[in-house]
Design a protein. Structure first.
Ligand code: ADP
Ligand code: MG
Length: 299
């Protein structure tokens, strides 16, 4: 396995025995008494060790709420979350989250941003500098090491963020719609980049999205979420070969099958919120109809 290759510096290797998250009967609500709103209800799933698990669900169903609990920023009202059998009690560099909003410091260069974690821990060692160099190369930003974030394209900024998270060697990488807002072409390039990084290091990854093509292209396992209050509606094993290449995946019959199956479930969930009058759901239903047309035409 590439992750155990001697070429890879220790800080970016996946640990062979670590990285499984278990979510058991988790519930979370906001507000009190009759103003209480259930966002997550009796939700259980496993983020399997060294796999790339993708969660997809309608906008507003409670995905980010789940991520905040996985990261330890918030506690469930009921149920438990464990990492390798130990309860998650607060934030820790073992579980790093890359959010949709860019978190790069605009007054730091690409290199300084990547070195931020080690420096904040007082580890500006030769070892950390070597890792930063290695990761700059991995994300294709060696030529941009001394540029500031506003001088980088959207896709480069996201790649710098991936490197900035990876240098901390988290046991689990958690990503909340990290490519949202990129234009279609940059997004597809990011899928290949990110899949390549995953395939090389094989650490446990948990990736949240509302984009069905992104979900299928990346996932080993796809968790399809119900409408709010959310729980896992279905799990699909996406048994497509790796390394993944855009042309191979979107020409494959299996990908098309998974897409139709996933979209039917998501459509049912969106319809539930649509009857509640949600704008997000109306947008989803419209996008869904277009996508279904394409998926069937391709079948
Ligand atoms: N801190 C909070 N206080 C009150 N309501 C919240 C809070 N966080 C999230 N919610 C509600 O939970 C629901 C789900 O939000 P979120 O988890 O961000 O959904 P998603 O990430 O799936 O789009 C939303 O209706 C939102 O209004
Ligand atoms: Mg969200």
């Amino acid at each position: 396995m590439a992750a155990l290759d001697n070429q890879v510096p220790s800080a970016v290797k996946a640990r062979a025995d670590a990285g499984e998250i278990q979510v058991t009967n988790v519930s979370r609500s906001y507000g009190v008494a009759r103003f209480a709103k259930d966002v997550v209800r009796d939700c259980s799933f496993t983020i399997e060790r060294h796999k790339l698990t993708v969660m997809i669900g309608p906008s507003g169903c409670g995905k980010t709420t789940l991520i905040r609990m996985l990261a330890g920023f918030e506690k469930p009202n009921a149920g438990s979350i464990t990492l390798d059998g130990k309860p998650v009690t607060g934030p820790n560099k073992d579980r790093l989250v890359v959010f949709q909003e860019t978190a790069l410091f605009p007054w730091m260069t690409t290199y300084e941003n990547i070195m931020y974690g080690p420096r904040a821990r007082g580890e500006d060692s030769q070892h950390a500098r070597d890792q930063a160099k290695f990761l700059l190369d991995k994300v294709g930003l060696t030529g941009f090491r001394d540029k500031y974030p506003p001088q980088l394209s959207g896709g480069m900024q996201r790649r710098a963020e991936l490197a900035r998270a990876m240098i901390n060697n988290p046991v689990v990488m958690i990503l909340d719609e990290p490519f949202r807002g990129l234009d279609a072409m940059s997004k597809e390039l990011m899928w290949e980049y990110y899949a390549g990084l995953y395939e090389e290091f094989r650490r446990t990854n948990f990736f949240v999205t509302t984009d069905i093509d992104e979900a299928i292209f990346l996932a080993d396992r796809l968790l399809i979420m119900s409408n709010i209050p959310t729980r896992v509606r279905a799990v699909i094993e996406v048994d497509l070969p790796r390394p993944r290449r855009l042309a191979d995946i979107f020409d494959s019959e299996r990908a098309n099958e998974v897409k139709i199956q996933a979209l039917s479930l998501l459509h049912e969930e969106a319809m539930k919120s649509f009857t509640g009058g949600s704008k997000a759901a109306a947008d989803f239903v419209e996008a869904y109809s277009k996508r279904m047309g394409k998926a069937k035409a391709g079948a």
